[in-house]
Design a binder for this molecule. Sequence first.
Ligand code: 8BR
Ligand code: ZN
Ligand code: ZN
Length: 370
Amino acid sequence: QQMLERINNFPFANYGAAELENVLTGMGKNWSFDIWFVYNATGHSIIIVADYLFQKWGLKNEFRIKDETIQNYFKSLEQTYKPVPYHNACHAADVLHTIMYFITQSEQGFSSLCALDTIAIFVAALGHDVGHPAVTNRFLANNRDELAIKYNDCSVLEMMHCSITFEIMTYHDHDIFLHLSNEEWFKARKMIVEMILQTDMSKHFEFLGKFKTRAISLCDISLENDDDKNFILSMALKCADLGHAAKYQELHEKWTSFICEEFFRQGDMERERKQPISVYCDRNDTNVPKSQVGFLKNVAFPLYEAWCTYLNEDTIKQVCLEQIKMNIAFWESKCIDRRNTMIIIGKDKDSPKNPAIVKRHTDFNPKSKL
Ligand code: 8BR
Ligand code: ZN
Ligand code: ZN
């Protein structure tokens, strides 16, 4: 009831509050929670989920944060996300849901997390792509963009996301960390910075290798130790960041269409500037189903396999790994050419001379899904 009143008191509450609350209760609980429902109902994402979860997890009382401060901070954070196809505020809210799912649904491990850890996870997830300009680090470096100059070509976007996440707290009445002790503030900051910086995909394989060695083979890791905790939570955020790979097919397809469109827009700019078009960025020459099979098999599945082994939770294993396999099967079924011939996925067959390879997929048009 209290929640309903809170939602009804929102200045932009012009939707069915009961239905919305029902959906919000699925955050971090139902793997199939769809942030797009919240967005379509309210026109917002981050501010809604942050307000709901800060209340639900008791963080407002714990850290004596005023309602107004919560709203100011997360409204500014949401507004600083750009209205781009994929790296928008809905992606951030979805990542928060996914990381909370890992934490709440796995019995082992996360019981030792305290309120400070929780608020750090919330802020890291919601801020992890803030200000994303819908182009890659490489594009920024190649174009001598001012951001690349500022951050010396090193994890340029991720550095910016961290920086903005903290910068917004410095504005008047935006400081959600105002009542943290000095020690708590630095602890939370370290966690947030580390988690966000590890979302840089250029560090992916090195990070995954380390994770497999330390957390799985050696088992010499403990959430009681701050450095280890940051390492595990960075892995959790990385998995949540690629979470769409393990979501039910329609949702996965929707997110995939958004990321492809974002890549294609970068490719359009590269074409216009007469620069080489980056991989997966040429809308006229990218085989989306094939690239997705590659991404899911080589990146998403091994990541989730390692994470599920660490979590050792049958439900999560079942839900995530099985769904990634189903999504792979879905894209494989789309790998057919106009004559209904299966495209054989594999390097040796991947030659333009091979008639079974389609250059353009007529039945896959991400733009139409925007
Ligand atoms: P961010 O969300 O922090 O950018 O990190 C995730 C990165 O994983 C994306 O930027 C993108 O490079 C890659 N990725 C994702 Br998510 N989904 C992908 C997909 N379906 N195909 C290719 N790359 C993908
Ligand atoms: Zn990112
Ligand atoms: Zn992201």
